[in-house]
Design a protein around this ligand. Sequence first.
Ligand code: ADP
Ligand code: SF4
Length: 679
Amino acid sequence: MNYDPLFESVNIGPVTAPNRFYAVPHATGHGHLAPQGAIALRETKAMGGWGTVCVQITEVSADTDLASHPIERIWDEAYLTVHAKQAESIKRHGALAGIELGHAGMRARNFTTGVPVIGPSHLPIIRPEIPVQARAMDKRDIRRFRDDHRRAALAAKKAGYDILYVYAAHDISIFTNFLTLRTNQRSDEYGGSLENRVRLLREVLEDTLEVANGECAVALRFSVHETNAATPITYDAEGRDIVEMLAGLPDLWDVNISGWSADSNTSRFSEEGHQLPFTEFVKAVTDKPVVGVGRNTSPDKMLGLIKSGKQDLIGAARPSIADPYLPNKIRAGRVEDIRECIGCNICVSGDSYGVAIRCTQNPTMSEEWRRGWHPENIPAAQTAQHILIVGGGPAGLECAWTLARAGHEVTLAEASDDFGGRALLESGLPGLSAWRRVRDYRVYQLQQMANVQMYPANRLGVDEIKEYGADQVVIATGSSWRRDGVGSTNFAALPWLRELNVLTPDDVMAGKAATGKVVVFDDEHFYMGSVVAEEMRKRGHEVVLVTPLREVATWTDHTLEIGKILNRLVELGVEIHTDYGLLGGDEKQLRFEALRPGKAELVLDCDTLVFVGARLPKDDLYLELREHLPEGSVHLAGDALVPGMMQAAVFSGHKVAREILATANSENLVFRLERPDVT
Ligand code: ADP
Ligand code: SF4
């Protein structure tokens, strides 16, 4: 395949992107609180060949304070030093640097600043669970906002950015508030007709173009289609009208769909390129370059987008997180080396928590500055050692691959007939097939290496490991799901469960059959409960899902999936009960206690209980080996260390490998912290 078209330059107004790979603005969780981390993260993408690298939402003023989300700021000149360094560190590698100037309008909270939230009308902010209201902007407020945006644009230009964004996307923008009738209830020239509602956006675009003055480009990030509220801003109605009205104004159209959960949809609920049906019309409406996103990881599909004229630039947030070196790999003809995003949204959860983002596929994400980890370059081992890794799940595979890249002789033993551990098993569950990439990528990489021996169907015990005589041993034997009732809300085992037909997710993934009516009791609150409920429906069972928390799959709020999971379960006909704890039962019935006042005890017919609770680490081998092998030569990684997310297992495997490498190189394993400067 000839990928040369992906490496053509593209003129964006007065600036030129060296290629079509465009790392769109995305949350990093570092933001203004940890600028060194944010800068190194973005610089790594520029090093990896992204022709344009953009900085996430940057608050233009103090009245758009997003409180617990550490995004970027350019409130005043004090932020210039950071931004100048940021722009320079991207441009140093030949990439264009973009900055997404933004005002969150009715999505701001202003908890930090304490000033009123502003918007087009006197209405509560667009986070119904937060008791904050917005104040309707009068003409003076509008003037001040335009001045703030202009000042921020000037500062960004001074800092050296090539592309200045006007941000009207994701329902996190003051412009969106003005564009939609739901939030714009004004009767002056900024409300009513679409022409009036577009006025503020048009004015700010013109202001920004004036600031740019033909020396840098102006991009408009616009959600052409809103999915999260009843609004006529859809790709076939006002969304399209707005693009037509402003078609020639910005130098670049960066288009997507809104809200964020639609834009950053997971692989469980969307295919690669899922936004295209909504965004592809834009190319026909404007002659300015267009960039779009959609979790694109396949170079062939990227090529298709360019050749068919649907986009000019390939936008990527998650694919550039999972593999910051994606463009360079395509250029070098190493397509099979691309670490494809699995669409799990663990990265997104970092923003939700206000912490530096992590990635299931790329354990070096956010560690570029503070731990000095590079996604591609592993420090060479000073002396090649023989390292035995026991367990070929995500942790073992990542550990093996990292150590092998450093030049060690690696032997990987796996008890099952195939490698992959939970990545292999879980990818067989409904909606999780893309998770197999965690396994496939690493197994392929390991298979290419002469210094790696891989032994499937090899369950090792203490004696075999001792006999093997490796210099270092890593135990990555995973964990097992508990069947005794211990979960996130109940720490005491329930002995009566032993009398019942209980399956765990391990049983379900191993294909063990359930009988009759199935009750899934989810006391883990991530994806597994809902996924096994789906699986049981697929197998033809009547399914009831019960959870002690107030919502189904509570934690998936952070991966933007909670609403979609509920919809899917309802569509599949799964009966749902929340706020109930396990109380007792027999082979035919289960009793649940109500955990919220006003609810009655629940009794359900049940032939099979699928219990999704806590897990136990499989660390026996490690504990025993530690007694027999030299101090410091046995290591524990992944779920066998502590059961957690797949991302944590990959990270742990990587970290253990780095620690083994560091014993030869340096002892400094504590990461650098960005500390407040009080000089
Ligand atoms: P993690 O997420 O930490 O990688 P997994 O459960 O996905 O954990 O993978 C652990 C792997 O270790 C499984 O594939 C399992 O078959 C394998 N395993 C467990 N015990 C042994 C053993 N004694 N010898 C070899 N492989 C083992
Ligand atoms: Fe993709 Fe998951 Fe990594 Fe996010 S965390 S970039 S969704 S693999």
